[in-house]
Design a protein. Structure first.
Length: 116
């Protein structure tokens, strides 16, 4: 009797181990899910970084005028009323602001000419 009970318990233990390691929801599936999660995390990291930069820019735009002025200068070529803009043809400038400002005073920016 004890021999049969031991055999039944061993068979039951073997079935439970099989389900744990190879069955549905077992260790193999857990390993596959962890691999998929790591791949998705790698894909999401650049998006998280971009969202953090955008959130910081939003906070900066809400709290400070310097960021708004910088954005206006670079995006729409703003020149303040107390400033004078000088355009010198043939001179390479590291800063892109004069190129953008050139469009404001009637001269097309080099980037706009290259796109046409």
């Amino acid at each position: 009797m004890l021999k049969w009970l031991a055999i039944v318990l061993i068979i039951l233990l073997a079935l439970l181990q099989y389900r744990l390691w190879l069955g549905e929801g077992g260790m193999r599936e857990l390993t596959e899910i962890r691999q998929r999660v790591s791949v998705l995390e790698e894909e999401n990291q650049p998006l998280r970084d971009r969202n953090a930069r955008l959130a910081a820019e939003v906070v900066d735009l809400k709290t400070g005028l310097d960021a708004i002025e910088e954005r206006a200068r670079s995006d729409i070529g703003m020149v303040r009323s107390d400033e004078q803009f000088f355009w010198v043809p043939g001179v390479a400038v590291e800063n892109t602001a004069p190129e953008v400002n050139a469009g404001v005073v009637g001269m097309p920016a080099p980037e706009a000419e290259a796109r046409q």
